[in-house]
Each structure stands twice: as structure tokens, then as C-alpha cells.
Design a protein around this ligand. Structure first.
Ligand SMILES: Cc1cc2nc3c(=O)[nH]c(=O)nc-3n(C[C@H](O)[C@H](O)[C@H](O)COP(=O)(O)OP(=O)(O)OC[C@H]3O[C@@H](n4cnc5c(N)ncnc54)[C@H](O)[C@@H]3O)c2cc1C
Length: 503
């Protein structure tokens, strides 16, 4: 097997991976591995924005309170404090790297989203925030002489030797295995796992690889039962589903059912800007009663196109004009609050393995993520990972044994079929509303799928493993909290407060 030795290996080219690479860049050689094109990530897809307390009427303390309240007594208060305190300087950093945040006069323009008590969401070209940030980071990375970005390189497993992570094994563009060894350490920034659900807003690359690789290496995962379903994906079946950002409701649009009822007032006092889990369940309930659900943004008039040009263009391409038509919407899997357990510097339970971004669980989101906090989390903790990692002494890479992996399975059709089965099972039994009976059935159906998964089906195997972890955790948590709702245990139970399932 071909071998490369470098100082740092970073897996993933979303906001977390790119910010890590740039923050490390002067301290050694960085190789960034990414499994598809460099822009293929959830970061690139992010629309609404990135949160930071920079407004006149705002403070990190208010941002902290909103984050903790949304996380329903499961956030790690220390990580939340770190994130909100570092938010304003992180915006300056991103801006310095060329992110063209929208301005109002001489100040950054600030929007409002659900569960935020004030306007604190920065955005780029209205609803292209992720693309704006990622493009500027990629430009910096490509110009940096210490960073090498390898696209179409899928990391298949971690190299663990004598109790530490020494590198990764990846499959290159031609599916040839290559071992990348890291003198300082490896950073997983592989994002989430939305693709394990039939309906998702997540990019095709989000197959849970990071969770599965970590789990196989015995690394601890935490809070995996907490999945956020975004209330308003455009109700046109696509993979991924197109997101109609929450910022649209922030600007005054509201949900109606096919009887014309603005039904959110029946479900929560904050109506359309209630927490995402509440809005998703409300829509689910309406749909279970046989009603279709729409966003009514007509009152925004031509402001819609100006503020949300990308959403407007996409809707019009499907024959829906938001200025005159109701927009059909449906909930879809969007974000996972849990992940690889890390400390405040991204250190995982395995020496020399770090994680940041959606794949990590720093504890900032608790049971539910506050809108626009995940781009922020990725950028903040990436800087901390870089600082810690660069302070470590080189590890010995002498006398590494030979490592091998199975050959990639080329039977695309069988893999696609198995992936679709996993996605449907997860949607049916580990979705917006869960029960012990459904989760147990889901687990046994996943066992049937497992019997058909072969060694070289890397992505399918990772999806299956991640799906099983989510299901098991969801079955264990006998209460409802944030993104995890159990119909058989509908109450939030005191004995589960601040209690984490670590797998
Ligand atoms: C449609 C949409 C809109 C969103 N809007 C917002 C928003 O407005 N504000 C906000 O804060 N959050 C938003 N989010 C959530 C946010 O975008 C993500 O949580 C965040 O971008 C995750 O960043 P990341 O760097 O951790 O992962 P990603 O950006 O998902 O990047 C993961 C990277 O890892 C690579 N990768 C994965 N597996 C492997 C492997 N095995 N080998 C090599 N490479 C691999 C992928 O190719 C990709 O480059 C949105 C999400 C979606 C889907």
C-alpha cells in the first residue's frame, strides 16, 4: 500500500475541516482529504446564516441563554460559554479570510431565526451563507503552500496502533488504498449523517462515515439519539430535499394547512418561531390528520426575492412563485446533535484523534440545536483543535505494521438497494415520533439488512452502523427531550436531565 507521512491529516472539506486546516497551516504540513468534490458538504448548502452576538441589543450572555434553553438541560455549559464568547472574533476571522457577509450601511446585517431572542444571524447573499463562507475558505486553502487538498479520496478507516491514532487509510480516485500517517494527529471533520434518513436536507456525502470509523476504533460517541428534523423542506421528493430556511419565517412567513388555518398558534406560544422539534411535530400531526402544509410568504411580496434569491429561484423552477403561491413544505432529517464525544479542544477518547463540526459532540447543542449555531460551532472548535494539536510533540511513526482493507465493492445496484432500505427503516421507526415497539422493530429490520452488507461496501456499512447506534440510543432514552420524541414517554423526565448516553 502506498504510504504518505505528514504532520496533520484533516478529513472533510466543510467549515470545520477547512477552518482547522487554515488555523494549523503555519505550524506544519496539512493534508485535507475529502471524499467528493471540495464543495460537496453540508457547509456549502447552509442557507440561513451563522449566529454571533454582535448587535447593539445583544450579548454573549443572551446568546448563551438562548442556546442553553433550546438544548433542554443537556448542553455542556462550558462548551456553550466557549462558543458564544468566541463567536464575534470568529466572524472577524471569517470576514478576514474573505467571507462577504451582507451589510446594512457600515454594519453587518443581522437576521432573526427561531428561538433566538434577538436578531443575531449573519448571512451572505441573503440565503447563500454556506456557499459564501466555504468558497472563501477554499480560496485560502488553495493558495496556502502548507495545505494540500485531495478530492475524491474517501477515508475508509482510522489507523490505530499501540493505543493512539496514527493516521487513516483512504481510497483514492482510482479506489486504490493509501495510508496517510500523521506525526501530530488526525482530525475528523466528516459532518453528519442525514443520508441515513429517507427524507433529508443533507448532502449525499453525509453517510455517517466519521461516526462509524470512530465506533469501530472503540472511540466514544454521545447523545446519538438526538436528531433534528427541519420543519420546512420543500415538499418535492428529491435527495437531498431542498431547504426553505427558517429565516423565511423569521422575516414573517407563517405555516398554514390546506384549510387555511395558521395552525402553529394551537401548538406553541411562539407560533412559527417555536423550537424546530415543536414545529416539526406540529406539521407531522397535521399531516397524520391528512392535511397538507404550506408556508405562506406572500405578504413578503418582492422582498422575498431580494432576501432569499436562491430559495426563490429554486421554487420558481418547480412552478411555485413565493410571491403569489403557497410553498408546500414537509419536515426532513437535518442535523445530528450527538457525535464523537470531545473535550473543549476537540480531543476524543482516543489519543491523537480529534473531531470538530457536526461529527463531534462538544455538548453545545444538548438535545436540540439553536438555528445557525452549527456553522459557528464548526468554526469555533476547529480553531481550538488546531491550537491544541499544534502544541503536541511529534508521535513516533517508526515500525508501523502493514495495514490492509477490503477491496471496494463495485456492485452499485445492490448497495443502492440496501441504502434505500436503511433510509426507509430509519424514517419509519427512528423519525420525528418514536416508540419502543417501532424502534425494536427497526433494529430487527436493520439486522436483516446487516446480513446482506458485504465487506467492501464502505458507505453502506457506515450508514448501517450509524443507523443502529441512533436506534439503540433512541430506544434507551425513555423520555422526550428536544429532538428526541417518544410517544410512549411523552414527558421530559427530571431523572434524564444532564444524563448522556455514551456508546
Ligand atoms: C440545507 C442545509 C442548510 C443548513 N443551514 C444552516 C445554517 O444556515 N446555519 C447553520 O449554522 N447550519 C446550517 N446547517 C447545518 C450546517 O450546515 C452543518 O452542520 C455544518 O455545515 C457541518 O459542517 P462540517 O464541516 O462539520 O461538515 P460538512 O460541511 O458536512 O463537511 C463534511 C465533509 O466531510 C467529507 N467526508 C465525509 N465522509 C468522508 C470520508 N469518509 N472521507 C473523506 N471525506 C469525508 C465530506 O465530503 C465533506 O467535505 C444546514 C445544513 C443543511 C443540510
Amino acid at each position: 500500500m502506498t504510504r504518505f507521512v505528514t504532520d496533520y491529516v484533516v478529513v472533510g472539506s466543510g467549515i470545520a475541516g477547512l477552518t482547522t486546516a487554515l488555523s494549523l497551516g503555519e505550524s506544519g504540513r496539512v493534508i485535507v482529504l475529502t471524499k467528493s468534490r471540495e464543495q460537496e458538504s453540508n457547509s456549502y448548502r447552509a442557507q440561513g446564516g451563522i449566529a454571533a452576538a454582535i448587535g447593539k441589543d445583544d450579548s454573549p450572555e443572551l446568546h448563551r441563554q438562548d442556546t442553553l434553553r433550546t438544548g433542554v438541560e443537556l448542553c455542556n455549559p462550558q462548551s456553550v460559554a466557549v462558543m458564544v464568547e468566541m463567536a464575534p472574533q470568529t466572524i472577524q476571522l471569517l470576514s478576514g479570510w474573505g467571507t462577504p457577509f451582507d451589510q446594512e450601511g457600515t454594519h453587518f446585517a443581522l437576521g432573526r431565526e427561531g428561538s433566538h431572542s434577538v436578531s443575531r444571524i449573519l448571512h451572505v447573499r441573503g440565503d447563500s451563507t454556506g456557499a459564501g463562507i466555504t468558497a472563501s475558505l477554499l480560496k485560502q486553502v488553495q493558495a496556502h503552500d502548507q495545505i494540500e487538498l485531495m478530492t475524491h479520496t474517501m477515508v475508509a478507516d482510522l489507523i490505530v496502533h499501540e493505543g493512539a491514532c496514527r493516521g487513516v487509510i483512504a481510497l483514492d480516485y482510482d479506489h486504490e488504498p493509501i495510508a496517510y500517517f500523521a506525526r501530530k494527529g488526525v482530525v475528523l471533520a466528516t459532518g453528519g449523517c442525514g443520508q441515513v434518513y429517507r427524507y433529508t436536507t443533507n448532502d449525499l456525502v453525509t453517510t455517517g462515515d466519521g461516526f462509524a470509523m470512530a465506533y469501530r476504533a472503540g472511540v466514544k460517541l454521545m447523545d446519538m439519539e438526538f436528531v433534528q428534523f427541519h420543519p420546512t423542506a420543500l415538499a418535492i421528493e428529491q435527495n437531498p430535499m431542498f431547504l426553505v430556511s427558517e429565516a423565511v419565517r423569521g422575516e414573517g412567513a407563517y405555516l398554514v394547512n390546506d384549510r387555511g388555518e395558521a395552525f402553529m398558534e394551537r401548538y406553541h406560544s411562539w407560533k412559527d418561531l417555536a423550537p424546530r422539534d415543536v414545529v416539526s411535530r406540529a406539521i407531522y400531526t397535521e399531516m397524520q390528520a391528512g392535511r397538507s402544509v404550506f408556508l405562506d410568504a406572500r405578504a413578503l411580496g418582492d422582498r422575498f426575492e431580494k432576501r432569499f434569491p436562491k430559495i426563490c429561484r429554486h421554487a420558481r423552477n418547480h412552478g411555485i412563485d413565493p410571491e403569489t403561491n403557497l410553498i408546500p413544505v414537509t419536515p426532513a432529517a437535518h442535523f445530528i446533535m450527538g457525535g464523537i464525544q470531545t473535550d473543549l479542544h476537540g480531543q476524543t477518547s482516543l489519543p491523537r484523534l480529534f473531531a470538530c463540526g457536526e461529527v463531534a459532540c462538544t455538548g453545545v447543542h444538548g438535545a436540540n440545536r439553536l438555528a445557525s449555531n452549527s456553522l459557528l460551532e464548526g468554526a469555533v472548535f476547529a480553531q481550538r483543535v488546531a491550537k491544541k494539536l499544534s502544541s503536541l510533540a511529534d508521535q513516533s511513526l517508526a515500525e508501523m505494521p502493514d495495514f490492509s482493507i477490503s477491496a471496494l465493492c463495485n456492485d452499485k445496484q445492490s448497495q443502492e438497494k440496501l441504502k434505500q432500505s436503511i433510509r426507509q427503516i430509519m424514517w419509519d421507526y427512528a423519525g420525528i415520533v418514536r416508540t419502543a415497539e417501532g424502534l425494536s422493530k427497526g433494529l430487527s429490520l436493520l439486522e436483516n439488512v446487516a446480513e446482506q452488507v458485504e465487506d467492501g461496501m464502505f458507505e453502506t456499512k457506515n450508514m448501517l452502523m450509524t443507523a443502529q447506534i441512533i436506534m439503540k440510543a433512541a430506544l434507551m432514552r425513555e423520555e422526550s427531550r428536544g429532538g428526541h420524541y417518544r410517544r410512549d414517554f411523552p414527558e421530559t423526565r427530571l431523572e434524564w436531565s444532564n444524563k448522556h448516553l455514551v456508546i
